[in-house]
Structures are given as C-alpha cells and as structure tokens.
Design a protein around this ligand. Sequence first.
Ligand code: GTP
Ligand code: MG
Length: 375
Amino acid sequence: MTKTVLVAVDSGQFDLQEHVDELKLLAISAGADVVAVVIAKRKAPDPATYIGSGKVAEISELSTELEAELVVFNHGLSPAQQRNLEAALEMRVIDRTGLILDIFAIRAQSFEGKLQVELAQLQYLSSRLVRRYTHLAGQQGGIGMRGPGETQLETDRRLIGDKVKKLKQRLSTLEKQRETQRRQRQRRGQFTVAIVGYTNAGKSTLFNGVASSKAYAADQLFATLDTTSRKVYLAPGIDFILSDTVGFIRDLSHSLIEAFKATLESTVQADLLLHVVDASSPARHAQIAEVNRVLAEIHAGDVPQVIVWNKIDACEREPQVERNPDGKISAVAVSARFGLGMPELRQSLLELATDFYTAGRGLVADKNQADSQIT
Ligand SMILES: Nc1nc2c(ncn2[C@@H]2O[C@H](COP(=O)(O)OP(=O)(O)OP(=O)(O)O)[C@@H](O)[C@H]2O)c(=O)[nH]1
Ligand SMILES: [Mg+2]
C-alpha cells in the first residue's frame, strides 16, 4: 500500500468536504494508504505549483515525517505544475485524472477494456511529455528509430502518436463487431435497457438483483469497467436485455470519456436507461446532474430514463413507484442490497417492456414472433 498525502484546494466551495471524501474513496480504491489530507486555502491557483511555495514546504515536511511516497491533488495539474511539484517534493505527484486512470488500469478485465485504458493513458501521457531531453537534441540521430536531428521529445510524441493510432483502429474494429450484434438484436426487436449512474450508486448490485446474475459489486469506485449484458425474463414470452455499465464521476476528463466510448455505446443504443442514484447521499442531486452531463456528451441525452432511487434502507424511504401526470413510470425507490422494492421494480420493467413491444417498435422483421410475445 502506497502511503499517500491528499491535497485539496479550498476556494470557498460549499461542498468541499464531499469532494475530499470522494478523493479519499478514489485513493483507497486505487490501493492507497491515505496518511494525511492537506487543505490549502486559495482564491486562484498558483501558476507554478497550484498551491504556492508555503504549502509546498508544509507538505514536504509532513511527507518526510509520515514517510509518504505519493501526493495526489484533487485538481487538474498542468504538466509544468506537476513537474515543479515533483521536483520540490522529491516524490511522485499525480492529479485526479491520473488517479482515475490508475484505478481503470487495475480494473480493466476485457481485451477491449484494456485497450481503452491504454489509449486513455497514452493520451494523458502525451499531453504531459515535457522537454526534459532537449539537451540531447540532434545528438542521437541515425540508426533505426530516430530521424537525424529529431529530439527525444519528438520521438516520444511520434511513437505515442503511432501507438494511439493503432489502438484506435483496433477499438474501431471491435466497435464494428458490437454494432453488428446490436443490429441483430434490433432486428429481433429486443427491448434493451442499460443501467447508468454515478460510481458506487449500486448499479451492479441492482443488475444482480434484476438479472439474478453475479456482476462484481464492491464498495470501491469504478468496480465495474466493462459492460455486462444478460437476458432477463419477466413473464412468459417477455424478456429484455439488461446491461451493467461503468459508473460516472464528476470532472471526468473529456479524453477519458472519449477512450470509453465503445463501452458506453450500449448506453447510447439502449431503449431505456435505468438511472441509479444513491438516495442516501447528500450529493445525490449533483451526481444526477453530472451523470446527465456525461450522457449528453456521449449523445445519450435523449434516451428515455427511469430514476432508480437506491439504498432507501440507508435513508428510511419506502419502496415506491412514481409516475408522471400522464401515468408513465418516472422513478422507483428500492434497496437493491436488501431487496426492498425489487418486486415493484420488476413489475415496472414488465410494464415498460410491454409498452415497448405493443408500441410496435422493432417488430417489423419478425411480426409473428413478436405478437406471440405479448401475453
Ligand atoms: N445500504 C445499501 N448499500 C448498497 C445498496 N446497493 C448497493 N449497495 C452498496 O454500495 C456499494 C457499491 O455497490 P455496486 O453495486 O458495486 O455499485 P456500482 O454503482 O456498480 O459501482 P461502480 O461499478 O464502482 O461504479 C457496495 O458496497 C454495495 O453493497 C443498497 O440498496 N443499500
Ligand atoms: Mg458496478
């Protein structure tokens, strides 16, 4: 376990504590042993070190005393800031995106997931390549790798660029295969539902409860990285495809979202999203907004949503189905872990699936079979 100091800047934001708690969870999920949390009061970031030299000195002293090996900032650091901080503190310094990437690297299971993480890491790295090697400019030209006069930096950039290109090509091939599968499903007129939500909201637990499956659920951020799909039977002749997906988190950098596009594709293509919210979290409204922001970014903003208020056991709410004024289901309150409200959720899904199949969507190719599904 890496002894780690966390650093957050207090610029007067009302939800600082939530941000700090989340960073702590992220660090623990990455396998860190958090030995201290340092809060720096600042109106505007210092261009050289983000927190200013006084705070740097304080952290340096503290780190020596606690034998810390890593410092994690709760903010995006510019490449120069990261470099200056590493030089001053004489240890590894990473920012929030770097930390999330670390977790992704630990969690990636599937071939595609690993490719996506590698792509995100390379893109992050290439923005962070600095002219450390310029003194070698022009001295290592010649054999094989480097063109004459090319600096190490340019070589690194070029190699990374080549690798990024290859990864993107392989991912796009995998995406095409997935697209074919999706078309086949669409031709069969299958109702598809994707579970989305903030990380740790309980998506995998809910997935397991509905699909009687065993997706990996854990009190860690980003426990799930790969999309898992199962066919769920609701009633004789009525079934649908349910997918569990990667969770969202605030300030997810654009390149991370970009790298996970293939994984998130199932979300975009779904007929319905179950938006799982930790109803017991004080940050639930900010989390809903953040999830919707990412959904809009991946062009899934228009997919119909039903909110699932989860963890009602932890906030003393009752299982409940909420409806719009026009009678359509808008939200279901459950406890996936303790099974509260799960029969109501299944009943709601049956109603939504029946609506979908009777609305005649996707029934064109095989009408007879689809008709017989409506019991
Ligand atoms: N109290 C309570 N805890 C729950 C409930 N549902 C899930 N949890 C817990 O919340 C934690 C996260 O659950 P997961 O199902 O892994 O959450 P997730 O949304 O899939 O998380 P990621 O895949 O990491 O984004 C676990 O410790 C679960 O046991 C619930 O209804 N009540
Ligand atoms: Mg999960």
